[in-house]
Design a binder for this molecule. Structure first.
Ligand SMILES: C[S@@+](CC[C@H](N)C(=O)[O-])C[C@H]1O[C@@H](n2cnc3c(N)ncnc32)[C@H](O)[C@@H]1O
Length: 265
């Protein structure tokens, strides 16, 4: 059964001129989750031999850049260079090519060389995907999209939570073109958050303004935070509960704070 499926995508890739059967994984991810739109700029980390680059170019028709440790044979309208996604020099070079405004989409199908020792391979996959996330955080536009392959194991949930902290919506998805016996799964983060806040962070604030729905409205580093169940003039300690691209929600965790308590301006 798994073998038939592999052969199917292998032959499909040959027939349609794609460089790898992985092309169909990106096509299926896109059909389900709409990650690449017409005009998007796309950066693909770990892109060789270039199957995803071909699909990304077809879908976006915009700027597409592929980076890999290996050389990628030229693809019309796609830029590539050899680089390690763990290296700062790679990030600098990507920013030079896509521009300071950043990319709409960062893809990462990179995989470590597998040793066959699963706990070790899983740990290396998490290390690589953590670097990919750090890289994406430096090169994505606000509200951008991140797609990354992860090998599942006991550190998967912690990794998923790290992605969740940086995007409004995060899902894990396994496309049909992934082999049935494969432990790989794709994590998709949508709407990259660039707020100067993180979920769970606490701040001391004074409520100087109420919004039309009665929530307190405070600015933290010029970012709007709505605080539930407060009154005008109260000094409170708040905890950030949810972050959207342009504002956040917080709950009160401590009331009646003295004027001397450290306050955020
Ligand atoms: C499964 S292949 C990618 C296939 C590609 N998506 C396609 O459709 O053709 C994984 C790639 O990740 C690359 N890779 C692994 N570690 C890397 C790293 N640290 N920096 C850049 N590329 C890396 C490998 O060289 C390999 O070409």
């Amino acid at each position: 059964m798994a073998r038939d499926r592999r052969d199917f995508y292998y032959h499909q890739a040959k027939e349609k001129g794609y460089r790898s059967r992985a092309s169909f994984k990106l096509k299926q991810i896109n059909e389900k989750h709409h990650v690449i739109k017409h005009g998007d700029s796309v950066v693909d980390l770990g892109a060789a031999p270039g199957g995803w680059l071909q699909v990304a170019k077809e879908l976006s028709k915009g700027k597409v850049l592929g980076v890999d440790l290996q050389r990628i044979k030229p693809i019309e309208g796609v830029q590539t260079f050899r680089g390690d996604l763990n290296a700062d020099s790679t990030i600098k070079r990507i920013i030079k090519i896509v521009g300071e405004e950043g990319a709409d989409v960062v893809l990462c199908d990179a995989a470590p060389n597998l040793s066959g020792n699963w706990p070790y391979d899983h740990a290396r996959s998490i290390e690589l995907t953590s670097s990919a996330l750090e890289c994406a955080k430096k090169i994505l536009k606000p509200k951008g999209i991140f797609v990354v392959k992860v090998f599942q194991g006991d550190m998967f949930q912690t990794y998923l939570n790290k992605v969740k902290d940086n995007f409004v919506r995060t899902v894990a998805y396994s496309p049909k073109a992934s082999r049935a016996q494969s432990a790989e799964i794709y994590v998709i983060g949508k709407k990259f958050l660039t707020a100067p806040l993180h979920r769970g962070e606490e701040f001391v604030v004074r409520i100087d303004k109420l919004g039309s729905n009665g929530d307190g409205v405070v600015l933290i580093e010029r970012f709007v935070v709505f605080v539930k169940e407060v009154e005008l003039g109260e000094r409170v300690r708040i905890k950030i509960e949810d972050i959207k691209p342009n504002f956040a929600f917080a709950n009160v965790v401590e009331r009646n704070l003295a004027e001397s308590s450290e306050q955020v301006e």
